[in-house]
Write a protein that binds this ligand. Structure first.
Ligand code: GAF
Length: 387
């Protein structure tokens, strides 16, 4: 939805024009899955799909929220009453950001907000991070906080971890806050150092397709937390701060150290995924910076096998999307995001896009799955003020 429409709706709802309009995008993760809470590497890029927010300041300690995407009236919350676990619907994300900003000592005294999103929800494309980041950026601007982008991302992550109660890492919020058009973001989640890696698919005659399987996922459910706990157990057993500290060359020794007991098998699989996935991110960075874009395909596909077999977070629809895309000529394909549903991505020659899309749609129909949503992902700008 355009900035003008969001501005007009805000004016209708609140009786005065907003002070400004901001946008923050969803993301696709190219490679580096579940590595972010292991201090590892990730490589997302921003989608053109975004959350747009019209916002004005208030001085009376009240937060008013309205979304074009959710039925219902304006929701009114008192800032002093905001506390983790008190909201269990979409308002927890913006309210959580306000809570996190205030808890960190930033003088936010209230706001009126109207939102509209084009990021599919529950599709593994970071609709919640986009919602958090657009609020954080708007309040940062309006209250003159002047926080660096990485810090806004950290506060949004805190909102999600503590206020909403989802034990996620830092990737999605940083992607939404820091990505740049035409680039993928190589992020070291240990020290948050970043490199913008040029990723201009069109110039190479390539396309990246997203297949939203329409299988909804949620990170506040138990499986994401179980994987995280398993990785932390692996790090503790290996005597390292985080699995990031297990070198690729030392993987065999680490797996041996974990032993072969039945109950060690799961931790061994998790460790193997994280260590090999960090290596895959480095590999993709090397290939992209040397201009060998097509060669990242097999690395992406290898990442899918690791998520399916070692991390065990794929599902039949994601596997079908990946297998069908590969059989129809994709250079590489993998699930993207947290898993247990959501989206897959496929890298393909521009000339193969129609065949591939048709093949995936037909395979889903034949398997009796809900029709997937297939679209092209173009590396787009990160969060910004629109007016
Ligand atoms: C979700 C989480 F929010 C991220 O922090 C990350 O762990 C991702 O799953 C898996 O890579 O999107």
């Amino acid at each position: 939805m355009g900035a003008q429409q969001v501005r007009e709706r805000f004016t209708e709802l609140y009786g005065a024009a907003p002070e400004g309009v901001w946008a923050a995008p969803g993301r696709v993760n190219l490679i580096g899955e579940h590595t972010d809470y292991n201090d590892g590497f990730v490589m997302p890029f921003a989608l053109p799909h975004q959350v747009t927010a019209a916002v004005s300041r208030r001085t009376d300690g009240v937060l008013r929220l309205h979304s074009a995407d959710v039925e219902g009236e304006v929701v009114e919350l008192v800032l002093d009453g905001l506390a983790p676990g008190t909201d269990d619907d979409w308002t927890a994300y913006p309210a959580g950001v306000v809570w996190a900003l205030r808890e960190a000592g930033h003088p936010v005294t209230g706001a009126d907000v109207h939102l509209a999103s084009t990021v599919p929800t529950g599709a593994g494309l970071s609709s919640s991070a986009a919602l958090e980041v657009v609020i954080a950026l708007a309040l940062d601007d309006l209250f003159g906080l002047d926080l660096p982008r990485w810090k806004l991302a950290r506060l949004c992550q805190r909102a999600e971890n503590v206020y909403v109660g989802a034990p996620t890492g830092i990737m999605d919020q940083t992607a939404s806050a820091c990505c740049e058009e035409g680039h993928a973001l190589f992020l070291d989640t240990r020290d948050l150092s970043q490199r913008q890696i040029p990723f201009d698919l069109a110039a190479e005659g390539l396309r990246l397709l997203v297949v939203d399987t329409r299988v909804k996922h949620a990170h506040s459910g138990g499986e994401y937390g179980k994987r995280r706990a398993g990785c932390e157990k692996g790090a503790a057993l290996l005597g390292v701060d985080a699995l990031r500290d297990v070198a690729y060359d030392g993987l065999d020794a680490a797996l041996e150290q974990l032993g072969s007991a039945e109950d060690a098998a799961e931790v061994r699989r998790l460790v193997r995924h994280i260590v090999t996935e960090n290596r895959r991110v480095e590999r993709v960075v090397e290939l992209l910076t040397s201009g060998d874009v097509r060669a990242i395909g097999p690395v992406l596909t290898e990442g899918h096998a690791s998520l399916r077999d070692d991390f065990r977070i794929s599902c039949p629809e994601l596997d079908l999307a990946v297998d069908t895309a590969l059989a129809a000529g994709a250079l590489g394909a993998r699930m993207t995001g947290g898993g247990f549903g959501g989206s897959a991505i496929a890298l393909a020659e521009a000339s193969a896009v129609d065949t591939l899309t048709k093949a995936v749609e037909e395979a889903f129909a034949a398997a009796g799955h809900t029709a997937p949503r297939v679209f092209e992902a173009v590396p787009s700008p990160g969060a910004r003020r629109l007016g």
